[in-house]
Design a protein around this ligand. Structure first.
Ligand code: PRP
Length: 233
């Protein structure tokens, strides 16, 4: 009696990483946009039933992968740095590059807050971010005892509107910071898209995972050799 394997499920990031993720998988023979049909469909299967795809918020992709709802996923390193999900980070896909920075109006923290409180820590600094755990870690390392204000997007607004004194956010072109009168104070981390895998699937579905990972790795290396892919960010 043959055992039918469930489809290998791949979680894709909605938003700015989606198009390049789809393009990469298409070059591996997975024409998932054609199979999706309806662009609002969030879960669909390839015609041969061997692959299944889902689209989630980038910050949620690792949760689908950790819990095994998806075997593989693509998301940004920024989200992995924030996430507590235990997944296997397989490959740097070398697209979607950005920096995580502490930024403030004019590139300066307010003096009374940046100077410390006599114990090596400053207090009262309000930092808005959609990466609260990452922010707390880095602010502590910088000796800044800040209040972290968690938002779900457009964090730059917080520093402009007076909700916060600074932000910790992803910077790609830098246009959003610039256009809102903000500038980096401190560069904290680099990010790019990553291929992640459920830890059990990495062992139990080793052959299927290795086949796809091998294809993806080949394409990423080919792009790198051509000087395409990762920008100098
Ligand atoms: C990201 C990031 C910045 C912006 C930076 O937000 O959080 O706001 O892009 O890009 P830039 O340096 O090219 O201007 P995103 O567009 O993903 O939306 P969000 O703020 O709603 O999360």
């Amino acid at each position: 009696m043959s055992v039918t394997m469930p489809p290998l499920t791949i979680a894709l990031p909605a938003g700015r990483l989606y198009v390049e993720a789809v393009e990469l998988l298409k070059r591996c023979g997975l024409d998932l946009e054609a199979w999706r049909g309806d662009e609002r469909r969030l879960l669909w299967t390839s015609p041969d039933g061997r692959r299944r795809f889902l689209v989630a918020r980038p910050a949620d992709v690792a949760t689908y992968v950790e819990r095994g709802t998806a075997d593989l996923g693509i998301t940004g390193k920024d989200n992995l740095l924030e996430s507590q999900d235990d997944v296997h980070e397989v490959l740097d896909l070398r697209f979607g590059g950005c920096r995580l920075v502490l930024a403030a109006p004019g590139g300066r923290l307010p003096e009374r807050l940046a100077s410390g409180n006599g114990h090596g820590l400053s207090s009262g600094l309000r930092v808005a971010t959609k990466y609260p755990r990452f922010a707390r870690r880095h602010l502590a390392e910088l000796g800044l005892a800040a209040q972290v204000i968690t938002l779900h997007g457009a964090t730059e607004l917080a520093a402009v509107a007076g909700l916060a004194d600074a932000v910790i956010d992803a910077v790609d072109t830098g246009a959003t910071l610039r256009n809102n009168g903000l500038a980096p104070v401190k560069d904290l981390a680099a990010s790019s898209a990553r291929l992640i895998c459920n830890r059990a699937a990495f062992q139990l579905r080793r052959e299927e995972v290795a086949e796809l990972v091998g294809q993806v790795r080949g394409l990423v290396e080919e792009h790198a050799q051509k000087g395409v892919g990762q920008d100098a960010r």
